[in-house]
Design a binder for this molecule. Structure first.
Ligand code: CO
Length: 137
């Protein structure tokens, strides 16, 4: 069902500092996007392009951010989720539900303007998994 690893998301309490690490030490300035506020998702994101995939640096935005509890448990930040590409999200959801997997909520439009949905980490070996619909290759 899944295709490419689209991104690895890393939660941080300090997006500017996290972005600076990649701009100046681990990568270069032109691999790092400008911050993008996503109020519907309760996060501000910065993407780091590593060539074969991306990192999605996430900082809480506003009240009730979905990553606030994660940062409370992991104050230094850490890996928050993996995002895999799927051709058709509705078909993938039907297939997952038939296999007894818990899909969290309804699909939403994600950071790339494409529909995304999350799977319960307890059904995925303790890893929060995001699926992003990329259409047929
Ligand atoms: Co993501």
């Amino acid at each position: 069902m899944i295709g490419r690893l689209n991104h690895v998301a890393i939660a941080t309490g300090n997006l500017q500092q996290a972005a600076e690490l990649y701009k100046t030490v681990l990568a270069t300035n032109d691999q790092v996007s400008a911050p993008q506020a996503l109020p519907d998702h309760g996060v501000t994101t910065v993407f780091v392009d590593t060539g074969n995939t991306k990192l999605e640096l996430l900082e809480p935005l506003g009240e009730g951010s979905p990553i606030a509890a994660f940062l409370k448990r992991n104050p230094a930040g850490g890996v928050h989720h993996l995002c895999f590409e799927v051709e058709e999200l509705t078909a993938a959801i039907d297939q997952l539900k038939a296999a007894g997997m818990r899909v969290l909520g309804e699909p939403k439009i994600g950071a790339h303007g494409l529909p995304v949905v999350f799977l319960h980490p307890k059904d995925c070996g303790g890893v929060l998994i995001e699926l992003e619909e990329t259409g047929k290759a």
